[in-house]
Design a binder for this molecule. Structure first.
Ligand code: UDP
Length: 236
């Protein structure tokens, strides 16, 4: 498989077309941004770790019946994925209050939520990814009711699978963000990444943060936290 043109460069990844029209190659960068791009930096080795962690979790989810865009890891930073049109929604799943939810609802960080919370944001950097509900989604035709139902069901199922999977490594899944895509035949699949950039991972015992909040909040030990997640999941 060969890269042809670069289709897109985002904050953390580049996406290339290949000589196969149904396949893209994603390349993970060490660049880190937070607060909708207002804070910028580098997390050395992040691209390699996020590539490997994402692929490991996508393979695990595929094994549990969740369709994903994953095809094959090509190198430290590069992975072949199915070419999809991204549904322009950030799908956020929350088990424990943190970040923007804590702020918005006045819930102290760490408050266990009595029921899992599902949120959607409209993927639009210029607007700052505003939160939307199903009415906005249908009014703007971002997804059909059938697609939104499927995406919601997948997100909640992924939460169940991931929470149980991570618990065995003493990792608490606080919240996370998913993106879904549509393949050329219209199938909805899990896309993007599942990594310390897009999830809040806390140590189950100490509740130490092992994710991008260390970068967002200048807590130090950012690289070590990402490395720790890779080590717990893959033993390296
Ligand atoms: N998240 C993400 N990308 C975004 C916004 C959020 O990956 O553009 C993830 C974030 O890492 C966290 C979860 O979604 O795991 C919930 O984030 P929150 O709404 O609390 O926003 P934040 O505090 O990250 O601004």
């Amino acid at each position: 498989m060969e890269k042809t043109v670069q289709l897109y460069e985002g904050k953390a990844k580049k996406v290339f077309a290949t000589n196969d029209e149904n396949v893209c190659i994603v390349s993970y960068k060490d660049d880190a941004t937070a607060f909708n791009g207002a804070k910028k930096g580098t997390i050395v080795g992040k691209g390699v770790i996020n590539n490997r962690v994402t692929n490991h979790l996508m393979r695990m989810l595929e094994g549990q019946g969740i369709p994903t865009h994953y095809i094959k890891e090509l190198s430290d930073r590069e992975t072949a994925v199915k070419r999809v049109t991204i549904v322009p929604l950030e799908v956020i799943v929350r088990n424990i209050a943190a970040g923007s939810l804590s702020k918005r609802l006045g819930l102290p960080e760490g408050t266990k939520l009595a029921k899992t919370v599902l949120e959607f944001s409209y993927k639009d950097d210029a607007l700052g990814d505003p939160m939307v509900n199903s009415y906005h989604i249908f009014a703007m035709q971002l997804a059909t009711p059938e697609e939104l139902k499927l995406i919601s069901d997948y997100a909640l199922k992924i939460n169940e699978i991931l929470t149980a999977y991570l618990a065995q490594f003493n990792i608490e899944l606080v919240d996370f963000k998913l993106e879904f895509g549509k393949t050329s035949d219209g199938t909805i699949v899990l896309a993007d990444e599942i990594s310390p950039d897009t999830c809040r991972f806390w140590d189950s015992v100490s509740h130490e943060k092992l994710d991008k909040d260390r970068f967002r909040r200048d807590l130090g030990g950012v690289e070590d936290a990402y490395q720790e997640i890779l080590k717990r999941l893959m033993g390296e």
